[in-house]
Write a protein that binds this ligand. Structure first.
Ligand SMILES: *Cc1c(COP(=O)(O)O)cnc(C)c1O
Length: 396
């Protein structure tokens, strides 16, 4: 600053400015600053018009970098980057509906999104109907005069069924409703929902975009006009991603295509190997040639139907536990989309929310195991599952 101020003042300024020109760093810098210094009222007016960065929740260069990358990958005009997938989902839905509107969705979507509809969205006087979104006729029949939004995922969890997004967008647009797609399981390397007529696409970036199980984030992408409306509410809900995580996330996105391509290939190889294993009753992965949705998988998801699959073994809690203990490479984890292969047990995840009968009705049998495939060597993965599956030998 200058030498006439005291030590306690000078120390607040010294060292803030780079000592040499910072020219073309190979990676972008992190801008952790929550605010930027404003020179005068004219300068503040510029900031208010969105011509410069001035407050982190409003805009931040690192977050904007991620938003640009997401818009590029999703073939969208604009994106917002949020502090979690749920921040992206809640911001989008609450911004697009008002009291008296009607939403159509399914109960095979992400559990906490269902809770958002039931506990929060309904509280504001919005009607929600749950239908089987894999059945376009059921969707058509559920349409009402006040249907404003159809909310869907493309691959259901944990049964890995495909939802025909082309059919859904046709029905929605005929009814004058918007389509919001949570494409977390598919990623833009399997499908770009906006190309199929979706109005908004959201992701939990905690999964494949982050890819290393160390970032919690989400995003919303769509046309300028709709995004402008969502942005004004996003500012008030406050679910923006911090600069450090944004920086790390952009780094992850650089290698996303390589990771995801390998993960898809491993999922397919695992699906085939498990299907051939005598201890496995069935495998849910629509790319398999004997799957009832194989044709739809080929036309809608020609690059592979993602890195998620599930399979069913004997419904024996003790043996399934022992199977988990025997796995050496693969770990049991409460998330998905990371670089390492993980399994989850859907019936356990929902045991406190549903009765055993309800769980069975939803296809979540005790012997159902979900896999999120990683980037390990395919041979190691298959070998690990095979040796652990021998715990079910006695049922053959
Ligand atoms: C994880 C997940 C979410 C929620 O994302 P968070 O980042 O945990 O908030 C939403 N939808 C799907 C499909 C998910 O897998």
């Amino acid at each position: 600053m200058n030498t006439t101020v005291s030590r306690e003042t000078e120390i607040l300024y010294v060292g803030s400015e780079p000592q040499l020109p910072v020219e073309r760093p190979e990676t972008p810098p992190i801008y952790p600053s929550t605010a930027n210094i404003i020179s005068d009222m004219d300068d503040y007016d510029r900031a208010n018009k969105g011509e410069k960065y001035y407050y982190c929740r409003t805009a931040n260069p690192n977050r904007d970098g991620v938003a640009q990358a997401v818009s590029y990958l999703e073939h969208g005009e604009q994106s917002l980057v949020c502090s979690s997938g749920m921040a992206a989902i809640s911001t989008t839905i609450l911004s697009l509906v008002k009291a008296g509107d009607h939403i159509i969705t399914s109960n095979a979507i992400y559990g906490e999104t269902i809770e958002l509809f039931d506990r929060i969205v309904k509280k504001f006087g919005v009607e929600v109907t749950y239908v089987d979104l894999t059945d376009p006729d059921a969707v058509e029949q559920a349409v009402q005069k006040n249907t404003r939004l159809i909310y869907t995922e493309i691959i259901t969890n944990p049964l890995i069924r495909i939802i025909d997004i082309d059919a859904i967008t046709r029905i929605a647009h005929k009814a004058g409703a918007l389509v919001v797609v949570d494409s977390t399981f598919t990623t833009p390397f399997a499908i770009c929902p906006l190309d199929h007529g979706a109005d908004i696409v959201v992701h939990s970036m905690t999964k494949y975009f982050g890819g290393h199980s160390d970032i919690t984030a989400g995003c919303i992408t769509g046309p300028k006009e709709l995004m402008k409306k969502i942005y004004s509410d996003y500012l008030l809900f406050g679910g923006c991603l911090d600069p450090q995580s944004s920086w790390l996330l952009l780094r992850s996105i650089r290698t996303m295509e390589m990771r995801v391509t390998r993960q898809f290939a491993n999922a397919r190889a695992l699906a085939e190997a498990l299907q051939a294993d005598p201890h496995v009753r069935y495998v849910n992965y629509p790319t398999l040639s004997n799957h009832p949705q194989h044709k739809l998988a080929e036309t809608l998801l020609p690059h592979g139907c993602g890195a998620m699959l599930s399979f069913r073994v004997e419904d024996d809690r003790q043996k399934v536990n022992e199977f988990m203990h025997r796995l050496k490479v693969v770990k049991y984890l409460g998330t998905l989309g990371g670089y390492r292969t993980t399994i989850a047990h859907p019936a356990t995840a929902f045991r406190f929310d549903f009765t055993p009968q309800q769980l069975r009705d939803m296809g979540m049998e005790e012997g159902l195991i979900r896999i999120s495939s990683g980037i390990e060597s395919t041979e190691d993965l298959i070998a690990d599952f095979k040796q652990a599956l021998s715990v079910f030998d006695t049922v053959k």
